[in-house]
Design a protein. Structure first.
Length: 277
């Protein structure tokens, strides 16, 4: 397997590295010359402003397609985000739910999804809209904002806001599942929510994590109270599960219990450490 990335030193072992940048065409010719059968596209914004999302998502798909990378693929998977939904009142959303018209960054993601599905031959394109990815252990730099916040004894600005998660291993398994099914009569195509089966209020998850870590969670993080782009919704995963895919971690308790199982106590030294999350 080959992988294109700006920083190839960060690639896991087992990949043939291709140094490149899909936001400026750099290295894409090498990817095209491989005539790939399968493509996994995991985009990131080129910057945190709307222009950065446009370059990292919508424009990136166009650049890759223009280079002919998609011409021979048998299947392609894009990892997207549930940020695209408009819902702000905490109700359930499935893949047919209304999309945002006000979040410029999400609009770039939506455009990227459309372009991705349009350029994948024979309707073999799959978009997985992932909710909040978690699964790294405490002390891991990638452990996630929620776990970082709880470890500092802080609460979210609005503990009643509904949160949605997908364990990183379940997301990886969903990607693999989509590729494995691509050569069968039960091939996946189109858009699927990739989220666990138990959306829950952020405050409930914080309280449960604090109990597992023997920590008090009392401080309200009021500095982010005005941020609304995170949304407030329950993400339905029935379309993905109807394909036969099964979650290893169907609830946040299942996933976080494993992530925390190897953590020694007491955790006072961890709780006192800061973070820029």
């Amino acid at each position: 397997m080959s992988a294109l990335r700006r920083n190839v030193s960060a690639l896991p072992h087992g990949f043939a590295p291709l140094e490149g940048d899909y936001t400026i065409d750099a290295g894409l010719h090498a990817l095209r010359d491989l005539s790939p059968d399968y493509i996994l596209f995991t985009p990131l914004p080129a910057g945190r402003d709307p222009a950065g999302y446009q370059r990292g998502y919508a424009e990136a798909v166009g650049r890759i397609a223009h280079q002919g990378v998609f011409d021979c693929v048998k299947a392609a998977v894009m990892v997207s985000s549930t940020r695209v939904y408009a819902e702000q009142q905490g109700v359930w959303v499935d893949e047919s739910a209304e999309l945002t018209k006000t979040d410029d960054a999400a609009l770039a993601i939506i455009e990227a999804e459309k372009r991705f599905l349009a350029v994948t031959p024979n309707q073999r394109g799959v978009v997985l809209r992932a909710s909040g990815i978690y699964g790294s252990a405490l002390n891991n730099p990638n452990m996630g904002m929620l776990l970082q916040r709880v470890s500092r004894g802080e609460r979210a600005a609005d503990p009643t806001r509904m949160g949605n998660r997908i364990h990183r291993d379940d997301l990886a398994r969903a990607i693999t599942f989509a590729f494995e099914r691509s050569t069968s009569n039960a091939a996946l195509n189109g858009i699927y929510n990739c989220s666990d089966s138990e959306p829950a209020p952020i405050g409930e998850v914080e309280t449960w994590l604090a109990q597992q870590l023997d920590l008090a969670v009392s401080q309200r993080d009021s500095t982010k109270a005005s941020i609304s782009v995170r949304g407030n919704r329950r993400v339905a995963n029935q379309r993905l599960l109807a394909t036969g895919f099964k979650l290893t971690y169907p609830t946040y308790r299942d996933g976080y219990a494993e992530a925390l199982s190897g953590i020694p106590r007491p955790l006072s030294d961890v709780a006192c450490r800061g973070s820029d999350a």
